[in-house]
Design a binder for this molecule. Structure first.
Ligand code: UDP
Ligand code: MG
Length: 169
């Protein structure tokens, strides 16, 4: 059976950027032979953080998690990417390692670079999608269609009347 083309949202979280791990993480991910089809640096708003982690709302560490992804403890930025190719979700998660950096394989990204804070948050350097459904939800949250070089999900044309947008002066 040939593996299906999939997409995965990958975020290098603020701790990963603060620790200058971007190069190391991208090198590790290149082992997957997947394609990067979108990439950007994002300043994460509270709204984006809350939407991204909507499934964590009831967790005792939720507020800390929101602050973490917004960069309050490191740098106020995240690197967001879309990886695409056969079995992308499992391949990326494999190299990424378990959520808890203490339980993650020491050779995985989270095992090598993650830590647990004294407040109990897993600072695990990277986010990757867990399923095709979650990947679609997350990619549509973080990226506009024209920021992705492939047409991975259906789009439609919309006329936006009173759109206010920052342009070069
Ligand atoms: N997290 C945490 N403590 C936990 C579980 C999760 O600090 O007990 C944080 C961690 O940064 C994790 C994020 O919340 O990456 C999202 O949790 P999820 O269960 O979705 O894990 P992931 O999909 O990131 O492996
Ligand atoms: Mg998750």
């Amino acid at each position: 059976m040939t593996e299906k083309d999939e997409q995965s949202l990958v975020l290098i979280k603020p701790d990963g950027l603060k620790k200058s791990l971007t190069g190391n993480i991208l090198t590790r991910l290149s082992e997957t032979k997947l394609d990067i089809v979108a990439a950007k640096i994002v300043r994460v708003s509270r709204e984006l953080a809350e939407k991204h982690y909507c499934h964590m709302k009831e967790k005792p560490f939720y507020e800390e998690l929101i602050k973490y992804i917004m960069g309050e403890y490191h740098k106020r930025k995240v690197m967001a990417m879309v990886y695409c190719g056969p079995g992308a979700i499992a391949k990326v998660r494999g190299i990424c390692g378990a959520t808890n950096p203490e339980e993650a394989d020491p050779v995985s990204i989270r095992g090598a670079y993650g830590r647990i804070t004294t407040k109990g948050v897993y600072e695990n350097a990277i986010h990757t999608s867990v399923s095709a459904e979650e990947a679609e939800r997350e990619i549509k949250l973080w990226f506009e269609p024209e920021e992705i070089i492939l047409d991975i999900y259906p789009t439609k044309e919309a006329k936006l009347q009173s759109l206010k947008k920052r342009v070069w002066a």
